[in-house]
Write a protein that binds this ligand. Structure first.
Ligand code: PEP
Ligand code: MN
Length: 670
């Protein structure tokens, strides 16, 4: 076939794809109508999971990448949920079309992108208009020049947009929606020039602050604050100076014909801004739509006044998602509190809560309820793993006894059940360590290459594992053995985890590495050989990352819990333990797996305990039976070493499960 012919066929296929999506959208409207008639809940996570699971299966049969297809379908289904929210009378009628929507900035600004995401599915004509300042934009809403305004309220890197809160407190406006906008900053220039030739960079101050690390690494480059990101991009186009660059969105780059020199230059790879949709009047939403409600209040001058107001929410089981305080104008040293919580004003429990709070506050104003884009109800569906996990919960034995065993002088108090009777549950993204279901951590002993860790990541995810492991700094007996890929390995591990949506755990060996590794890894591992490296334990006690402490080769339970105590005493309460075998007289296995430790430690301590049978046995074929046993005696999870080609692994090959063995294990414990 000629290239032209191929392209023709591609164009036809693309047209067909668009037509299929249009047909899908028609059906989505129909579904929305039916659900509205039946009063059925709008989101059905199980159904979304079914759809994704089927997509994964079909994609695999068709030779398509299941992870790419999952991402694609999540976007499609996200759009479907938005469409259902706005169709079939779920939302009060929109003001007369075309809608006039304002944002701060110039065309291509992140707020404009968020507006397009939010209003796009409404199927009405929308005209967008940029304003120089938040205030001018909000005044236009207030004065009826605009139907809606898009206002950034908080960012996951730089925090709350205080100016936005202060304006909301002063102006009589309502909130009718929220939208999450991913903020991926790009360095944009006229053409592909080397970074070293850029002498001047323009962007909005907030964008500059989000890219502090990147900018700090540049030499002889002047950084200048500008009204907004898109306007900075426009300036680069207008001035035609090759030594200048702007930090802005990819879309702004496209709009002004610029080239991306580097993308993703923000300090935190996951950088999101939450925007609120501002209107003159509050809107009402069907109770079937998971909503948030926002309000602002000032407390009375009484002891415990703030607590008394907030406890209303707890008493009514309404989950607070945000609390912000701002100085109260004209009242020095007094504060206005802004609260978002999960709930819909259409629900009498919520309106009751507002009444009760009003009685306890000195002043309270409700901004309104709107469909939630963050929070428990708004979470994304996951395709189901390729082995069933339905019965896994049954594998959990009965609750451990609440009363601790012998209570003489112990090396620990914070780690003890006496200090905290309830189990500690550690949240890592959507996963719970110490929760109802056992956590499966799996991956290679060492990260060896991009291909190797990617292959492992995919298998772990597909089979229903929860966390990807991979050693980058290796505690090897001989200095002549492979010592790990260090920070380079860490980047590969994080990249592989992100690609399939798995958090990662890796070992830290030196106190100086704790901070930098904590920036990238989700969980820090203290290896068996470092269990009593007290300066290392203190260091991990100071970071905001869960810590997994492996039991030392010769450590008693008391010493092990003492090690956990070091971390807890520094402030970090997100500690869990990993039994990995101890040294005994027995030499036929690498170590002796002390499963008896599991129920004992679960009784003595509130900290979760997982089991690593790989390092205990040292031989792959013995790993699975002990993994099953570990869950049977109440372990909160497993850590399993796997490798695409164990025979050629650079470390711990003999104990690594092949992918087929790992699949068999996951089926067995499923
Ligand atoms: C590991 O898990 O990579 C490891 C080295 O284990 P341990 O510290 O238990 O020997
Ligand atoms: Mn290992």
């Amino acid at each position: 076939m000629e290239l032209n012919e191929i392209r023709d066929r591609l164009d036809k296929l693309d047209t067909a794809l668009v037509e299929v999506l249009a047909e899908r959208q028609q059906l989505v409207h129909e579904v929305a109508r039916r659900k509205a008639l039946d009063g059925a809940p709008l989101r059905d996570l199980r159904r979304e999971e079914d759809v994704l699971t089927r997509v994964v299966e079909r994609s695999r049969d068709a030779g398509l990448d299941p992870f790419f297809m999952t991402r694609l379908f999540r976007e499609i289904m996200g759009q479907s949920v938005r469409t259902q929210e706005v169709s079939a009378g779920r939302e009060q009628a929109l003001p007369g079309a075309p809608l006039r929507v304002g944002y701060q900035g110039t065309e291509g600004a992140f707020s404009e992108l968020a507006g397009r995401r939010y209003f796009g599915p409404r199927g009405v004509e929308v005209s967008y208009r940029g304003y120089d300042t938040f205030q001018e934009m909000l005044e236009a809403v207030h004065d009826g020049e605009l139907d809606y305004g898009v206002l950034p309220i908080e960012n996951t890197t730089s925090g709350s947009v205080t100016a936005a809160y202060d304006l909301l407190s002063r102006m009589d406006l309502a909130l009718v929606g929220e939208e999450i906008q991913e903020v991926d900053h790009c360095l944009l220039a006229l053409e592909e020039v080397p970074l070293s030739r850029i002498r001047r960079i323009y962007s909005h101050p907030v964008a500059l602050s989000q890219c502090g690390r990147f900018l700090g690494g540049l030499r002889d480059c002047h950084v200048e604050a500008f009204t907004d990101t898109a306007m900075a991009a426009r300036r680069i186009r207008d001035e035609q100076d090759l030594s200048q660059a702007a930090i802005a969105s990819e879309e702004a780059g496209r709009l002004y014909g610029l080239t991306i020199i580097k993308r993703g230059i923000q300090d935190q790879p996951e950088n999101y801004t939450r925007m609120v949709i501002v209107a003159r009047e509050q809107a009402t939403f069907d109770r079937a739509i998971p909503c948030k409600t926002s309000l602002m209040f000032a407390t009375r001058h009484e002891e415990g006044a703030l607590l008394r107001c907030l406890s209303v929410l707890a008493e009514r089981h309404l989950s607070m998602t945000k609390l912000e305080s701002r100085p109260r104008p004209r009242n020095p040293w007094e504060y206005l509190f802004y609260v978002d919580f999960e709930g819909n004003l259409a629900d009498p429990n919520v309106s009751g809560a507002i009444q009760a709070m009003t009685a306890r506050a000195s002043f309270l104003r409700v901004f309104g309820s709107y469909p939630a884009r963050t929070g428990a109800e708004a979470r994304q569906a996951e395709p189901r793993p390729q082995v069933s996990v339905a019965s896994r919960a049954d594998a959990q034995p009965a609750e451990p006894a609440r009363s601790p065993a012998v209570l003489e002088k112990k090396a620990y108090t914070l780690a003890s059940r006496l200090h905290r009777p309830e189990d500690t549950v550690i949240r890592v993204e959507a996963i719970e360590i110490g929760g109802r279901r056992p956590v499966i951590i799996a991956g290679p002993c060492s990260v060896e290459s991009r291909e190797q860790i990617r292959a492992c990541a995919r298998v772990v995810k597909e089979l229903g594992g929860h966390v990807l492991r991979g050693g980058c700094f290796k505690p090897r007996t001989s200095p002549h053995s492979f010592q790990g890929l260090g920070y380079e390995g860490l980047d590969l591990l994080v990249e592989a985890g992100a690609e399939v949506g798995l958090p990662v755990v890796t070992e830290v060996m030196h106190p100086a590495d704790v901070g930098p590794v904590a920036e990238k890894a989700n969980i820090l591992q203290i290896g068996a050989r470092n269990m009593q490296n007290f300066s290392l334990l203190k260091e991990v006690g100071k970071v905001d990352r869960p810590v997994m402490i492996k039991r030392g080769l010769m450590a008693s339970l008391d010493e092990w819990l003492g090690a956990a105590e070091y971390v807890l005493a520094q402030g970090n309460q997100m500690v869990f333990l990993c039994e990995r075998g101890i040294r005994t007289f027995e030499t036929s296995t690498r170590n002796t797996l002390d499963l008896g430790a599991v129920p004992v430690v679960r009784e003595l301590s509130h900290l979760p305990v997982i089991v690593d049978p790989s390092h205990a046995l040292g031989v792959s074929r013995w790993v699975s039976p002990l993994a099953v046993a570990a869950l049977a005696c109440g372990a909160n999870g497993l850590m399993i070493e796997i490798h695409p080609d164990p025979e050629h692994a650079l470390s711990d090959g003999p104990q690594a499960l092949t992918f087929a063995m790992f699949e068999a294990l996951m089926k067995r414990i499923g």
